[in-house]
Design a protein around this ligand. Structure first.
Ligand SMILES: [Zn+2]
Length: 339
């Protein structure tokens, strides 16, 4: 079954009208606000408006989230409102899933497509894991908050959407080998990429229209994944590279890693990688290990590890190569990521 949000509200100062928005969307309370500590002023205002209790999560550990969810389960609460960045959104998402409550996504940065996806990234004994959860019943984006958020997050979110280009290409390779291919999901993921690519300047200037386009593109990426029932439309070899970097404790944002991965994947896929490089540069993504503040060795290792990083098989361009250290170095040099 495909679950789509019943409401999407993207507007300036949306935080002031959350109660009205929820009424318009016919999403009933009682609500429960899960908010990141850095957004506590916004969270408290929304909790007051909606007459909700508020939680500032202390951890993204599985055990902690389970404990929070179990106290929510028999509480009479019907909807969890997640307010904050990726971590808080994922905690709210997983709490909603475990306690069988609806959840609303109120992201305060647009750094990746997790704002609408059904998967949550949490930790288990400090190890990052991705778990099944469910899609939000609504998405509310306050464009004033996004305008005032650090641009590096917006850049990362934009790069995450751009990375659909290589994931869909990988999917097509899988389809050649008999894998199911959902044209609508694939095209929707690509439309999202095209939309951000043709509006990079507006996104970069944090204009109302730019933020609108990025939000809808993140939502469309999420919906594409929901339509297909998994992350295939938005997660291929470039996300393998990102997962490998995470394993190596990379300090980079997820969307940045996915963007760099997309550059490498497009190079291997012979898919207009020079244009991807230009787009990433225009977005403001740093494109050398030095500028990124990471060791070349880490990028090399991640590329060697990428092919087999998933716990389940998913055919990608990496399966056509057996990338060893020497080859990884050469590829990274060719795309300009290392010297
Ligand atoms: Zn991603």
């Amino acid at each position: 079954m495909i679950r789509l949000p019943v409401g999407v509200c993207i507007k300036p100062d949306a935080q002031k009208g959350v109660k009205n928005s929820l009424e318009e969307m016919r999403i009933s309370g009682p609500y429960y606000v899960v908010c990141s500590k850095t957004m506590n002023i916004v969270g408290k205002k929304i909790a007051k408006q909606t007459n909700s209790d508020i939680l500032f999560p202390e951890s993204m550990e599985m055990d902690y989230i389970k404990k929070c969810a179990s106290s929510l389960k028999n509480s009479g609460i019907s909807t969890v409102i997640g307010i904050g960045g990726g971590r808080t959104i994922d905690i709210a998402k997983y709490m909603g899933y475990l306690s069988k409550k609806e959840w609303i996504s109120f992201p305060t940065i647009l750094s990746h497509d997790g704002i609408v996806s059904s998967r949550a990234a949490i930790t288990e004994r400090n190890d990052k894991i991705t778990v099944n959860a469910k899609e939000p019943i609504a998405v509310i984006v306050d464009t004033t908050i996004i305008k005032n958020s650090p641009y590096q997050y917006t850049a990362a979110g934009t790069a995450d959407v751009v990375s659909n280009i290589s994931s869909v290409e990988d999917w097509k390779l899988g389809a050649e080998l008999g894998e199911d291919y959902n044209t609508v999901a694939a095209e929707l993921a690509l439309v999202a990429s095209k939309a951000v690519i043709s509006h990079v300047d507006e996104i970069k200037n944090h204009t109302e229209n730019g933020i609108n386009i990025l939000t809808w593109s993140l939502i469309c990426s999420g919906i594409a994944m929901n339509i297909n029932g998994n992350s295939r439309p938005g997660s291929g070899s470039e996300h393998n590279f990102s997962h490998a970097l995470e394993k190596l404790n990379s300090p980079l944002l997820h969307g940045v890693q996915a963007g760099l991965g997309c550059l490498i994947s497009c190079y291997l896929q012979n898919n207009n990688w020079k244009n991807i490089r230009k787009v990433l540069k225009d977005i403001g993504i740093k494109l050398t290990a030095k500028e990124l503040g990471v060791k070349s060795d880490m990028l090399i290792k991640a590329l060697v590890m990428a092919r087999n990083i998933r716990g389940y098989p998913r055919y990608t361009i990496l399966d056509r190569y057996n990338i060893d250290e020497k080859m990884a170095k050469e590829i990274l040099k060719n795309v300009g990521l290392i010297l």
